[in-house]
Structure formats: structure tokens, C-alpha cells
Design a protein around this ligand. Structure first.
Ligand SMILES: [Zn+2]
Ligand SMILES: [Zn+2]
Length: 351
């Protein structure tokens, strides 16, 4: 039996925390459930899942859909798209059966790359290698979630670059249906009459736009700020997500745009967050005066998730007093009142 290998390469960086990662998990589940009911897919499709944040790893090795068990997706810091591509290429080498004189190998593999951010590692080497050795060996379909993904990088990898601008519930559902239908038609086409085209399902253009032509999207500014904190009671990480809110401030003769970020949630993450993050320390800073609102600790219920040690680490707090910083393990004293009006710089995650 000739297999149709399908690789899902999924961005699990911090900006995916909360709803997005849940939608992605459920989406993957739905894709597999539907494929199991399709006779062509059930026979031919094999699925693998590669996740990447600061590190890239295979979390589901290539397996038939009947035996596929949907994984819980982790979250990490960083967007190592370069690392993910290298891993993908080595997985393609390792797992795809090549056609020889004696027997026919697997069908041309299909890769769905889903990302919402910009690469934080160096990517040029991986792009060059992909273009020279792999572009003809696999069909890559890249999907940008939201408008801040780096379209110009994706376009260097493939002609099939789609943008899902809205990740609202119903749009995401339709998007997952589109991926499912594409895999179905791909598995049908290999059993009927194999072609070299990607055989993607028909696109609802109000939903997904096929990115064409110019590199219009080179947006440097993410529309959120994510801060990584740690619970002082159990040491586990959490992510505070702030969403950009642009206000036009009208002064006498001119208007200025004031960027502020409003808290949208504080999410607990697992201890494996650090295993999925890269070690590169971020130089990105945000001033606390731009951040509106705070949240409680999602692990222990402490009132504030926003205490900062002189080491730069953020931790949860329950009012003034002496605590041990979960980052540097030194004792810190938090006094009441203080300089909260001033605003200070904190490290932000890259998303
Ligand atoms: Zn806590
Ligand atoms: Zn510290």
C-alpha cells in the first residue's frame, strides 16, 4: 500500500496561548475524526505532527489515521521556524518510503505549516536547503493565522500561502473543514489519477485569502504583549497576554496615536514550557505604563500576577512582604504603595 504522508507543522509559541491553542487541538482532532470516515483517507493517509516554539520536536511520528491519537499541544517561547524546517526535512528523509526499481514508494508528502508569528531564529539556511532539495519532493501549504505572521518568509517556501485573518470560532471551524477536505481530495486524487498539483479543496475566499504578489505585509509590531511569569508557590510558568488597543489622542493641533495594551487573560502553562523555549534572552522591553490591567495568579490564586524582581523575573504576589523569587531564588521584599505610577521596563516574550 502506497501511503500519503501528511505532516502538520504547528506553531505553539506563546502568542498561541489560550483560545488559539485549544482551537488548534480541537481542529486536529476534527480533521482526524473526519478522515477516519473517508475510505480513501483511511486507506492512504498517514499523519505526523511536528510542533515548534523555541524548539522544534516531533510529537506524533508518522502513523495511520486509524491509530492516530490527538496530542495535547504544549506552549513554548520563541518561533524557531528554521529549526522546524530542518526537523521537517530530516523527518521527510527518514520516514518517506522512496520509489525504487523494485517497488513504488509513498505518494508525494503534503505539509501543512500553520504559524501566527515571525521566525525568531535564523531561517535563511533552512529556506535555501528547502528550495534546493525539498521543494519538488513535498507539497508545502503554509497558513498564516492572523495578520502578523511573516508572509514574506512563507512565500519563499511555497506558492501556497494562505492567510486566515480572523481566528473567530466559526472561521476557524471552516478553516479546519478546508484542511480536512483538502487532505480528502489529495488522498482521492492519488488513488484516481496522481497529478503534481496540490489538489487543495475549493477556498471560501471570504475566509482564506491566497496571498499574492507583493510583500505588502512586513509588519514589525505584534499586536499583543506577552509576559512570562512564575508562580512563587509552585514555580510553574504562566503567560499574561495584553492586546493592543490604539487610541487616538487629540491634542490642540495634531493627533497622536497612543498605543496601549489591555489585559486579555492570564494563562497557566505547564512546566514543559521551558523545554520548548529557546535560551536566547529577549531584548524586547515594554514599559508598564503602556499596560492596562493585571490579573491574578492562575496557579495559586494570588491577587496579582505582576510582581517583579530585580533580576527581571515576574512572579505572582499576595501583597507586600518578603518572598523568594522563583527565577533567581533570592529573597525580594515588596513594599506597599511604592512607585507603581512611574512605570518601569519589563521583558516581554516574543510570541
Ligand atoms: Zn501563584
Ligand atoms: Zn529574581
Amino acid at each position: 500500500m502506497r501511503r500519503l504522508p501528511v505532516y502538520f507543522v504547528l506553531d505553539i509559541s506563546e502568542s498561541m496561548v489560550g483560545e488559539n491553542i485549544k482551537k488548534l487541538e480541537e481542529g486536529l482532532n476534527n480533521i482526524i475524526r473526519t478522515l477516519r470516515q473517508d475510505p480513501h483517507a483511511l486507506e492512504t493517509v498517514y499523519v505526523s505532527v511536528i510542533a515548534f516554539a523555541g524548539k522544534a520536536r516531533t510529537i506524533v511520528p508518522l502513523i495511520e489515521v486509524a491509530s492516530f491519537y490527538s496530542p495535547k499541544l504544549p506552549i513554548g517561547g520563541g518561533t524557531s521556524l528554521g529549526g522546524a524546517l530542518y526537523l521537517l526535512m530530516s523527518e521527510l528523509d527518514r520516514t518517506v518510503v522512496k520509489t525504487t526499481y523494485e517497488h513504488k514508494g509513498d505518494w508525494k508528502p503534503i505539509v501543512y505549516l500553520i504559524t501566527d508569528g515571525k521566525p525568531t531564529d535564523s531561517i535563511n539556511g533552512a529556506i535555501t536547503k528547502w528550495k534546493s532539495e525539498y521543494v519538488s519532493k513535498a507539497t508545502l501549504v503554509a497558513i498564516a493565522l492572523g495578520t502578523f505572521a511573516d508572509i514574506s518568509v512563507l512565500k519563499q517556501l511555497t506558492d501556497y500561502v494562505f492567510i486566515l485573518e480572523n481566528t473567530r470560532e466559526e472561521d476557524f471551524k471552516k478553516f479546519i473543514e478546508w484542511v480536512t477536505n483538502s487532505v480528502k481530495s489529495q488522498s482521492k486524487s492519488v488513488s484516481d489519477e496522481p497529478t503534481d498539483s496540490a489538489n487543495l479543496a475549493k477556498i471560501d475566499e471570504t475566509l482564506l485569502s491566497l496571498s499574492k504578489g507583493s510583500d505588502e505585509t512586513h509588519l514589525a509590531d505584534p499586536n499583543y504583549v506577552i509576559l512570562t511569569g512564575r508562580c512563587q508557590n509552585n514555580g510553574l510558568p504562566y503567560l499574561m497576554k495584553y492586546v493592543r488597543d490604539i487610541k487616538e489622542l487629540k491634542l490642540q493641533d495634531f493627533a497622536v496615536d497612543v498605543t496601549q495594551y489591555v489585559i486579555s487573560g492570564c494563562y497557566p502553562v505547564e512546566g514543559d514550557y521551558f523545554d520548548w523555549s529557546d535560551d536566547v534572552s529577549t531584548q524586547l522591553k515594554v514599559n508598564t505604563s503602556e499596560l492596562l490591567g493585571t490579573a491574578g495568579c492562575p496557579h495559586c490564586g494570588n491577587i496579582s500576577a505582576f510582581g517583579m524582581c530585580s533580576c527581571g523575573g515576574i512572579m505572582c504576589l499576595n501583597g507586600p512582604g518578603d518572598v523568594v523569587c522563583p527565577w533567581c531564588e533570592k529573597e525580594v521584599t515588596f513594599s506597599s504603595g511604592g512607585d507603581s505610577r512611574e512605570g518601569f521596563d519589563v521583558n516581554r516574550a516574543r510570541g
